[in-house]
Ligand binder design. Sequence first.
Ligand SMILES: CC(C)(COP(=O)(O)OP(=O)(O)OC[C@H]1O[C@@H](n2cnc3c(N)ncnc32)[C@H](O)[C@@H]1OP(=O)(O)O)[C@@H](O)C(=O)NCCC(=O)NCCS
Length: 188
Amino acid sequence: MASNVDFRVRKASPVDASGIARVYVSSWRSTYGGLLPDAILNGMSEVRETLFWWTALCSQRSQTVTRVIEDQDGRIVGFISAGPERTGGVARRAEVYTLYLIDGYQRRGFGTKLMSAAAGSLHELGFGGLIVWVLAGNPARAFYERLGAQKVATRTIRMGGRAIQELAFAWPDLTFAHAAASGGPHAG
Ligand SMILES: CC(C)(COP(=O)(O)OP(=O)(O)OC[C@H]1O[C@@H](n2cnc3c(N)ncnc32)[C@H](O)[C@@H]1OP(=O)(O)O)[C@@H](O)C(=O)NCCC(=O)NCCS
């Protein structure tokens, strides 16, 4: 298996759409089995997601940050997208919209690297805090807590006819990005 130093984080561009879509579909299926209705997971399509990400990346606003992590052959194994908080609840607060790694590349520090890169860019863009919504049963909540986030809200959404509970985790500022980059899990 390639060493962690062979992976790099970089800005995403429209040509990354299919690589991002592959990660997205694969990670949804491995993460959300049992948490979301099977019909939603089975109905996902890499082609549809590619089109979505192509369009999103072509029309990306300057306040949106999308980063990928790729191996030495340019194969994307994870990505993050973030930007202004969608509810506009708190002034200058950003939101992580999506953060996904392929199953076999989790728990190697890559999620921390992506969060750190995105938070650093959001800080430069003038954002002063960050929020992320997580499905209540998703163990990823421990990842955000490990990075210093606190649970701040809950909500119920409907997906595929089912009521799904979500939790919001938030950081009051973006300083955790520097701490994570220098001293976080798997650092060095
Ligand atoms: C959540 C995710 C992005 C985290 O990225 P990662 O690279 O796996 O996490 P890191 O290796 O940087 O983890 C840092 C620390 O966070 C905690 N952590 C991360 N994933 C965890 C999990 N599944 N369960 C419990 N703790 C976890 C651990 O303390 C970990 O340190 P350790 O591995 O030394 O114990 C990644 O696991 C993933 O893509 N999961 C599936 C998709 C998903 O749930 N995305 C989030 C949607 S809101």
